[in-house]
Design a binder for this molecule. Structure first.
Ligand code: NAG
Ligand code: NAG
Ligand code: NAG
Ligand code: NAG
Ligand code: NAG
Length: 510
């Protein structure tokens, strides 16, 4: 806290001296990234980054990093990406998930072929203030989801002033984990602004949420049920967890808060149940990926993915901070800020679950779940959808899961009804774009309507395979050629596995 105050003081001095410069900083060219350490040439990837001040009296500044699409076809799409936490930086998305870059241990940087930069304009935003490179006086951190949505809207309006050509873009908001709470609140607020203005001020076209924290009522039940299903609660831990579940239910009955301490105990019980000692060291399961059963305890996934170490080193180096115009924030980048989460401790906002039906009347939503996540597991997403009434009916009704193929592999299962799509991603963790970059790219391209039926030159499809040789009408079906991908009977539509963990939630248990 003291450090943050100090940094704001330093910044006021700096801004005083640089007053003239900052009048100009409202122009796009001032945000342009000209070079990045670790990469010889930025090529034609036009990118902009820096702070936008959303409230001078609170010294509140939001950091963004915008990459302009390299593809004319998708130049009218703007995708905002948010990581969760609360308090975790979207630089995770940028450098570990759907962004264009990957940092090597020697601080050189490679291009991530699964990044979304070729298919949309994409902007990574550190929010709310206090997250990542964003900052503010600590007494003005957001205290509830309404404040968060209003702040975000202020940022977005100022961002559009800097990049007016983006104002008319088709807007999508995507994110992960606790962003499952942020995103519906932001969407609700933008849609309200549209109604108030009587125009489509924000051309919001879709929301995509991966392993989202959306409905405590259903997802805490799934904490228990999923752990049982995956055989992660054994002996006394099963009893302890079921007692915690009883207290959790009672607490939810009193008030449905976004996060409830006693309910979080179920995850702790599960982790305890998987903890063991070997050669004087304790190990446990990775709460973001149940396939990883030998993680150092007590972190149990918090330091995963291991590339985070290099990303942190990169983002705290002076030359990188300079290059991306992040120097207004003087504390240095940390992946997740505990202070942002603590400011939300007394938030009584209702779970974002209750916002979904109204949003779905206007905007499609994609909920996707990596099936190996524990913390925000797929069973919880399935429960909340099964209990949700939207578009005049409850749950998916008659819609059944369709196989989603990429080449000869089943990538997952897609169920769609009345503007809601649920995709269960096979063999994926809490961070689907980290594990499954190509699958994620195919999924998002479909969702934002830029898919051409291939991803990285491999055909992909949902449901029955489209006729491959439609343009070659004459020599018809050679059985060997016509369906190389499924050897019927393999993994028929059965869905579940799930669980994903949110690395951001490391600090807060979600
Ligand atoms: C940018 O460069 C990439 C790689 O060289 C190329 O595939 C793409 O077509 C280029 N995009 C534009 C808009 O020039
Ligand atoms: C959120 O904070 C605002 C004040 O900024 C307050 O008016 C509102 O009632 C709060 N919402 C909840 C759910 O507590
Ligand atoms: C789905 O969204 C569209 C707008 O994108 C809307 O016109 C339609 O009524 C919605 N469908 C349902 C069932 O709410
Ligand atoms: C509704 O949620 C409960 C957990 O709260 C779950 O047990 C049940 O299976 C869900 N119903 C459907 C239809 O998914
Ligand atoms: C899910 O399936 C529907 C219906 O087949 C399709 O229109 C949509 O593009 C698919 N969405 C994703 C994200 O896979």
């Amino acid at each position: 806290m003291r450090l943050l105050r100090l940094s704001s003081l330093l910044w006021s001095i700096a801004s005083f001296h640089a007053a003239n410069h900052f009048v100009h900083a409202a122009e796009a060219e001032d945000y342009r990234i000209k070079a990045l350490p670790g990469i010889a040439d930025l090529g034609n990837m036009t990118q902009y980054a820096g702070h936008i001040e959303i409230s001078p009296e609170h010294n509140a500044n939001i950091f963004f990093w915008l990459l302009n699409s390299q593809n004319v076809k998708s130049s009218n799409k703007l995708v905002i990406w948010l990581n969760g936490g609360p308090g975790c930086s979207s630089m995770d998305g940028m450098f570990l998930e759907n962004g264009p870059y990957r940092v090597n241990p020697d601080m050189t940087v490679d291009i991530n072929p699964g990044g979304w930069q070729d298919h949309a304009n994409i902007v990574f935003v550190d929010q709310p203030v206090g997250t990542g490179f964003s900052f503010a006086n600590t007494d003005s951190y957001v205290k509830n989801m309404t404040e968060m949505a209003i702040s975000f809207n202020t940022f977005l309006d100022l961002f559009f002033e800097v990049f007016p050509e983006r104002t008319t873009n088709e807007l999508y908001i995507a994110g992960e984990s606790f962003a499952g709470t942020y995103i519906p609140y932001i969407a609700q607020h933008l849609l309200q602004q549209n109604k108030a203005a009587g125009t489509k001020k924000y051309d919001l076209r879709g929301l995509a949420i991966g392993n989202g924290w959306i409905s405590p009522l259903h997802q805490y039940e799934a904490s228990y049920d999923f752990a049982l299903r995956e055989n992660l609660l054994k002996g006394q831990y099963k009893t302890i967890a079921s007692e915690h579940l009883e207290y959790c239910r009672a607490s939810l009955e009193r008030q449905e808060l976004i996060s409830i301490g006693v309910c979080e105990q179920i995850l702790s019980d599960t982790i305890d149940s998987t903890t063991y000692m070997e050669d004087d060291h304790f190990y446990c399961i990775n709460q973001y990926d149940i396939r990883m059963t030998k993680e150092p305890s007590p972190q149990c996934g918090i330091t995963w993915p291991h590339e985070l170490h290099d990303v942190t080193k990169y983002l705290t180096s002076k030359s990188v901070v300079q290059a991306i115009h992040a120097n207004k924030q003087m504390l240095g980048w940390t992946e997740c800020s505990g202070a942002v989460g603590r400011a939300l401790d007394y938030d009584e906002s209702q779970p974002s679950y209750y916002l979904l039906p109204d949003i779905l009347e206007e905007v499609p939503i994609l909920l996707f779940s990596g099936d190996k996540d524990l913390i925000c597991n797929s069973l919880g997403t399935e429960y909340l959808i099964g209990n949700l009434t939207w578009g005049g009916a409850k749950g998916f009704q008659g819609s059944t899961a369709q196989e989603w193929h990429i080449g000869d592999k089943i990538a997952g299962y897609n169920t769609t009804a009345r503007n809601l799509t649920y995709v269960l991603v096979k063999d994926a963790s809490h961070m689907v774009p980290y594990d499954k970059p190509v699958e994620m790219l195919d999924m998002i391209n479909r969702f934002i309507g830029v898919s051409d039926g291939t991803v990285k030159d491999t055909p992909s499809w949902v449901g029955p395979q489209p006729n491959e040789d439609k343009e070659i009408p004459a020599p018809s079906s050679d059985p060997v050629q016509s369906s190389p991908e499924t050897s019927d009977g393999e993994g028929e539509g059965e869905v579940n596995e799930d669980e994903d963990d949110d690395p951001w939630s490391e600090y807060y248990n979600w």
